[in-house]
Design a binder for this molecule. Structure first.
Ligand SMILES: Cc1ncc(COP(=O)(O)O)c(C=O)c1O
Length: 355
């Protein structure tokens, strides 16, 4: 079909990109999306359902989620004015890249492999993307990162990283941030709940460091609530890009209720998932020729004997209701699978299938 005249105005880089999509899956064990699978206790669900009944559907929510930002400000010991809410941290990624994309050719630096949305969102906005391969242990290559950061605009560092589960050196990250004050570093702690005590959050962080977090990995993925904590100047810039009312009233109310009333239950669910992670690692390690990478997140990466073996394993497990992800599309992850932590019952199923 011939191209319609308006199509010449599409951003040219869109032609090279593939939309992020995960088809809906009804399976016994959905261990492919890095969620927290533990169910909320019944009394929490009942209280949240009651809260939903009070939401005034005809009214807009607060433009910037002030009440939830106040709770987050207290939790992090910082001025809520520095906190910007996103419809998931995916939205924060776009805010940061949009705010900083004013240079002639803005440049994103990311380790590789890492979370795919950094690259996708940057390419949409016309960024050059420099990908710095992780070493064989999936650790940051310090020298290569320093070289790539020269003249760059933004750098995203997920710690722990997805899909590797690696908790990169805090010392190296500190050195990179200090050595490149012209680059804005986004420290993405989406999975930090699974590495207790390892957070690098500091209220007095250097002003080229943006802290990013999400409620998605701690039992609230359905709400789509993420946030950034930035220096006041950058927070104000992000807020100009953010659409008003970007987080729904239902999500604001439920997130605030969980953070203020049901933190103990949430911590228990996280602790259970941390226990199950050890079991998941042990199960994957039993696969002949598998190498399991140490993980500080709720996901585990394993390299199997071959790309074919990885694809066959994923297909066979899926046929029996257990979804894990074949990572072979990434050149550095040929033969790798990523499984997120399941419940005890889900891991029982995985165990019997692996046998
Ligand atoms: C490292 C990392 N950061 C951010 C996100 C986005 O999370 P959300 O948009 O649900 O907050 C993900 C999702 O998988 C992720 O793996």
């Amino acid at each position: 079909m011939s191209e319609a005249p308006w199509q010449r105005n599409l951003r040219p880089q869109l032609a090279e990109l593939v939309a992020y999509d995960v088809p809906p899956a009804q399976a016994f064990a959905r261990m492919h999306a890095n969620e927290l699978p533990e169910p909320w206790p019944a009394h929490v669900m009942a209280a949240l359902a009651e809260l939903v009944r009070t939401v005034e559907l005809g009214r807009y929510p607060d433009t910037s989620g002030r009440s939830l930002r106040a709770v987050l400000g207290q939790r992090h010991g910082c001025d809520p004015a520095r906190i910007v809410l996103g419809n998931g941290s995916d939205e924060i990624i776009s805010f940061v890249l949009t705010a900083l994309g004013g240079a002639h050719t803005p440049t994103l630096v990311i380790p590789s492999p890492t979370f795919v949305m950094y690259r996708l969102s940057a390419r949409v906005l016309g960024y050059d993307v420099r990908e710095v391969p992780l070493d064989d242990a999936m650790e940051l290559d310090g020298a290569a990162m320093h070289r790539a950061l020269d003249g760059a605009t933004v750098c995203f560092l997920a710690r722990p990283n997805n899909p590797t589960g690696t908790l990169w050196s805090s010392t190296l990250i500190g050195e990179l941030v200090a050595a490149h004050p012209e680059v804005v570093f986004v420290l993405d702690e989406a999975y930090i709940a699974y590495a207790p005590g390892a957070s690098l959050w500091r209220a007095d962080a250097p002003d080229n460091l943006v802290y990013m977090a999400t409620l998605s990995k701690v039992g609230l993925a359905a709400l789509r609530v993420g946030y950034a904590i930035a220096t006041p100047v950058l927070a104000a810039a992000l807020d100009k890009i953010r659409h008003p009312y970007n987080v729904s009233q239902t999500s604001l109310a439920l997130a605030e209720a969980v953070l203020t009333r049901f933190g103990a239950e949430q911590q228990q669910m996280i602790a259970t998932a941390i226990e199950q992670r050890a079991r998941l690692c042990a199960l994957l390690a039993r696969i002949p020729d598998a190498h399991v990478f140490p993980s500080a997140a709720n996901l585990v990466l394993a390299r199997l004997g071959s790309a074919e073996q990885a694809a066959a394993l994923c297909a066979r497990l899926a046929a029996h209701g257990v979804l894990i992800k074949d990572m072979g599309a990434h050149p550095r992850l040929r033969g790798c699978v990523r499984a997120s932590v399941g419940t005890a019952a889900e891991l029982d199923r995985l165990e019997s299938l692996l046998r």
